[in-house]
Design a protein around this ligand. Sequence first.
Ligand code: SAM
Length: 287
Amino acid sequence: MAKENLPFFFEEFVAGGNVSTKYRLSKIDFSKQSPIQKIDVFSTPDLGKVLVMDGMVQLNERWEFTYHEMIAHVPLFSHSNPESVLVIGGGDGGTVREILKHRSVKRVDLVEIDPDVIKTCKEYFPSVASKIMDPSVSIYNEDGKNFVAKKKNEYDVIIVDSTDPYKGAGNSLFTEEFYSSCREALKDDGVISVQAENPVYDSKEMERCFREIKKAFPIVKPYISFVPMYPSGFWVFVYASKNVDPSFKGDESRIKALDGTLIYYNRKIHDAAFVLPSFLERLMSLI
Ligand code: SAM
């Protein structure tokens, strides 16, 4: 279809409505107000399908690998032998797909508060949700904050793949109380990664995440990735642990086992991701 004949636009606003990204749509595939949030699926000419929740883009098919590989493989390769993994949020399945590339992983608990997200992604994003029904994955539809508070000394890796903290369910996942529960749920050599927004349009939320997680863990290191599907394209994650530094563990054979399946993450990126530009390093050092 010629561009001028594509009739719809979706506009994602950030910076209190002062900045936006406008997407030309070829189709509105799905739209539903679930009890938790508004879920939309749009088809676009250039980015494949786009998943939107409460007006904010969660992923597009073309670039989702940048985010999912970096939220998953940095903590997984920082652990010497990850077997049990907890994902909080992440109902699209992209993080689970990356986790299950690691042969050591025997069990994944996925805690997604909104069952409609899983249902929608299974239907409209099969390449992202491809492993969500794997027998090693147990799905729990409840608030991740309550779920993790019941767990002690159980997980090697926790990944917090949440929505933005501005409003709704994601807010409770950016608190000291939640991160302290994660610390208790991890084994002594466990590690955690969380998505921490961006320093361009969401600096306050990013700083809040870093400040709160620092109250709960002795080792806390921000790392960055290019994630073009999110506002500014510059994304921050936070790695934390009770005892384990974020270096790559094991030998090259561990990453060789994933040969041909990785599009963004590699051995050099693992270390480089922890090198911050000066403005961000300065900002984080003040927290
Ligand atoms: N990383 C993506 C981003 O930053 O845009 C988010 C991907 S994933 C779709 C986020 C998921 O977290 C959503 O499906 C949402 O329902 C879920 N979620 C939000 N708050 C939650 C909570 N308190 N407990 C469990 N899941 C939650």
